[in-house]
Write a protein that binds this ligand. Structure first.
Ligand SMILES: Nc1ncnc2c1ncn2[C@@H]1O[C@H](COP(=O)(O)OP(=O)(O)O)[C@@H](O)[C@H]1O
Ligand SMILES: [Mg+2]
Length: 353
């Protein structure tokens, strides 16, 4: 549905997007996730037609809509997409119904058609009773629903969201995730959703593209990213909790995990980091053959189990266990690593095995 080929965007000498290629299947819910400043909004603005790419192309359903080489883009109103931002500017002097009506008028629909469609989308968003109110007479969460109703009213084939839930409180944010997915399914549109919140990404996405410094680090389903992270960046960015990375350092007996647990199987390998999942690490009060002694940092319940974190210098390990002795700050805790790491990475962060 959406094809992105070698897309780039420069602002002066700074390259915000540095060559992104992606194929977004029709009907999918793609989440672009990454830290602040990695180029997510720039990507979305190019998809929306608000920015012209410096290089590369964007095609919707086989039709090129932006072409960097020709410095050409179809303007936002003439592409088949709707856009919702974090700060959703409703027209303050128009009622809720008036706000939703506006894009339908622009699309040239007749008055009876528009009335029908307005009723339909307000019902879909659960805000039918607000039709006659003005934006300053409804809550922030309701305003966000109106913004979404206005976006989907003209039935765009592509829905674009830029951190649309960031201004909502935590409870409403979680509710709206489910709502947005329901709307996505109801419209059958292809959605591209930008967030810096990996939990939001992993819970909502059919496909995730992890962005870092203007590039896609990995594209896949949420399950694939957790099971098979392509880089140390992805391994430590996704998952609840994210995976543990243990540096492999030289020791008198050869390569050693954190410089302390000698591991002959790593001899001759280019591995510089070993990945261990929190569920695979055991926590004990006494040392074992493959344990690292760390300072107890915290223990918190997670889905009926216990998440225990310990630190030692730069090293920080998190284990998920059923039961542990009661630790307090100042205690030494032994984190026992499994015999085999789940993955190995080079010094530059690339996946080895
Ligand atoms: N119009 C602009 N002019 C100059 N630099 C920009 C402009 N827009 C974005 N940038 C820079 O590009 C980088 C990526 O920005 P952005 O796409 O907004 O990141 P994100 O949405 O991931 O936080 C940032 O370093 C930002 O400062
Ligand atoms: Mg942004």
């Amino acid at each position: 549905m959406i094809r992105i080929e070698n897309l780039r965007k420069s602002f002066g000498t700074f390259e915000a997007v540095r060559g992104v290629s992606l194929d977004v299947p029709k009907g999918s819910f793609l989440v672009l996730v990454g830290p602040s400043g990695c180029g997510k909004s720039t990507m979305l603005r190019m998809l929306a037609g608000l920015e012209t790419p410096s290089a590369g192309i964007i095609a919707y359903g086989g039709h090129v809509v932006s072409d960097g080489a020709r410095n050409w883009t179809i303007e936002p109103a003439r592409r088949d997409n709707g856009l919702v931002f974090q700060s959703y500017a409703l027209w303050p002097h128009m009622t809720v119904a008036g706000n939703v009506d506006w894009p339908l008028k622009v699309a040239g629909m007749t008055k009876p058609e528009r009335r029908l469609r307005i009723a339909e989308v307000l019902k879909l968003l659960g805000i039918a009773e607000l039709a006659g109110r003005y934006p300053n007479e409804i809550s922030g969460g309701q305003q966000q629903r109106v913004a979404i109703a206005r976006m989907i009213a003209p039935k765009p084939g592509i829905l674009l969201f830029d951190e649309p839930l960031s201004n909502l409180d935590a409870k409403l944010r979680v509710e709206m995730r489910t709502e947005l997915l329901r709307i996505h399914r109801a419209t059958g549109a292809t959605s591209v959703y930008v967030t810096h919140d990996q939990v939001e990404a992993m819970t909502m996405a059919s496909h995730v593209a992890v962005m870092n410094e203007g590039l896609i680090e990995q594209f896949g389903t949420p399950g694939e990213l957790v099971a098979n992270p392509a880089s140390t960046f992805v391994a430590t960015f996704v998952g609840t909790p994210p995976a543990n990375l243990v540096p492999i350092l030289p020791s008198p007996e050869g390569p050693a995990l954190a410089g302390r647990i000698a591991d002959r199987t790593l001899a001759g390998s280019a591995a510089a980091h070993a990945m261990f999942r929190a569920e695979d690490i055991a926590v004990t009060a006494e040392p074992t053959a493959r344990s690292l002694a760390l300072d107890f940092a915290e223990a918190s319940p997670i889905a009926g189990r216990l998440m225990v974190t310990g630190t030692s210098g730069d090293l920080r390990l998190t284990a998920i266990v059923d039961e542990v002795p009661r630790f307090t700050i100042g205690d030494i805790v032994h984190f026992s690593l499994p015999a085999r790491p789940s993955a190995l990475f080079t010094a530059s962060g690339a996946r080895l095995n």
